[in-house]
Design a protein around this ligand. Structure first.
Ligand code: HPA
Ligand code: ZN
Length: 328
């Protein structure tokens, strides 16, 4: 059954999208021109053709090249407003947006510049496009725990603009436990917690275990390899931990020569699975609507499955009980 129209019309949430990963080549050129920044490509087509990666590390190298054009508050505003416009047109009612402050503060851009651009766009989009959103601040896990702690402290004056903290970037030899004290402090300050456990990483099961049992995370981003461990599935199910799966980036698990669809597997195991886009500008422009269409095709999702995913998204969102009731 072709459920494309059904998916397009469905009200949606998105809980896993990196704002820097929504920077489309067209805007990259526009901001480069405005800011007098040189780019290593001459055309949008050349830039798109360079978006060629085969694993997390090769992806991150391309992804980090894009940040050079983001300098002023207005750049962060334009980036965020463009994403929220696309999301609103796909019937996204609510989005939780990741941002990586260290990508910017490490280049000398003040934290305040980043957060003011993002929050001003959110406020305008709320009013003009009727899409609600909140920010989730991610730590870059290849940087030190000290750097993450300093970033957390930098964020405290903006506490009311940030609903949670996450962990992203290069997972190799950077387990969740490295940030145990940072996440404990974040929890104490009232932030919700999530962390990436990307697909097929070194020690992936141990990372998922640490996230669940040691750091008591509320959500896991990706986390597909949990399907290989019945004991961890049981823990996540009992605790109601949500998974933000991105079917375009990480849709399949290879197990004994067989391909297991992650969304299907998580639904079958009774895990709280949600669907998001991750870094749509680097993934052939697949925003959350297309990501759901891909998941539907790959996992043969029924209308019932799609409604379960929608409800899971509302359930896992870091919103008040009153707002949740509003969406249901
Ligand atoms: N995984 C890890 N780091 C990232 C990602 C991701 O999916 N997107 C942007 N930074
Ligand atoms: Zn991600």
């Amino acid at each position: 059954e072709d459920l494309t129209a059904f998916i397009q019309a469905m009200p949606k949430t998105e809980l896993h999208v990196h704002i820097e990963g929504t920077l489309e080549p067209e805007m990259k050129f526009q901001l480069a021109k405005r800011n007098g920044v040189a780019l290593p490509y001459n055309t949008v087509a050349d830039m798109r053709a360079s978006y060629n990666f085969h694993d997390l590390q090769s992806f991150l190298k391309i992804f980090y090249e894009g940040k050079s054009v983001l300098l002023k508050e207005q750049d962060f505003y334009d980036l965020t407003y463009a994403y929220l416009t696309k999301a609103a047109y796909q019937n996204v009612l609510y989005s939780e947006i990741f941002f990586d402050p260290q990508m910017h503060t490490d280049r000398g851009i003040p934290f305040e510049t980043v957060i003011m651009g993002l929050t001003r766009a959110q406020a305008d989009a709320r009013r003009q496009l009727h899409i609600d959103s909140q920010l989730v601040m991610c730590f870059e896990r290849e940087l030190s725990a000290d750097s993450a702690m300093r970033t957390l402290e930098m964020a405290l004056p903006y506490r009311q603009h940030i609903v949670g903290v996450g962990l992203d970037s290069d997972e190799k030899n950077n387990p969740p436990d490295k940030f145990r004290t940072v996440f404990a402090r974040a929890r104490q300050a009232g932030f919700h917690l999530t962390m990436h456990c990307d697909l097929d990483q070194l020690e992936t099961h141990e990372h998922i275990r640490q996230a669940l049992e040691d750091l008591h995370t509320d959500r896991i981003d990706h986390g597909g390899n949990i399907l290989e461990r019945a004991d961890l599935v049981a823990v996540a199910r009992r605790r109601g931990v949500a998974f933000t799966v991105c079917p375009v980036a990480c849709g399949w698990l290879r197990q004994n020569g067989e391909n297991i669809n992650i969304v299907r597997g998580m639904l079958d195991q009774g895990l709280k699975v949600t669907v998001s886009s991750d870094d749509p500008a680097y993934m052939k422009g697949n925003y959350v609507g297309q990501s759901l269409i891909v998941a539907q095709g790959d996992a043969a999702l029924s209308r019932q499955d799609l409604l379960t995913i929608t409800r899971n998204g509302i359930d896992a969102a870091w919103i008040s009980a009153a707002q949740r009731k509003d969406y249901l």
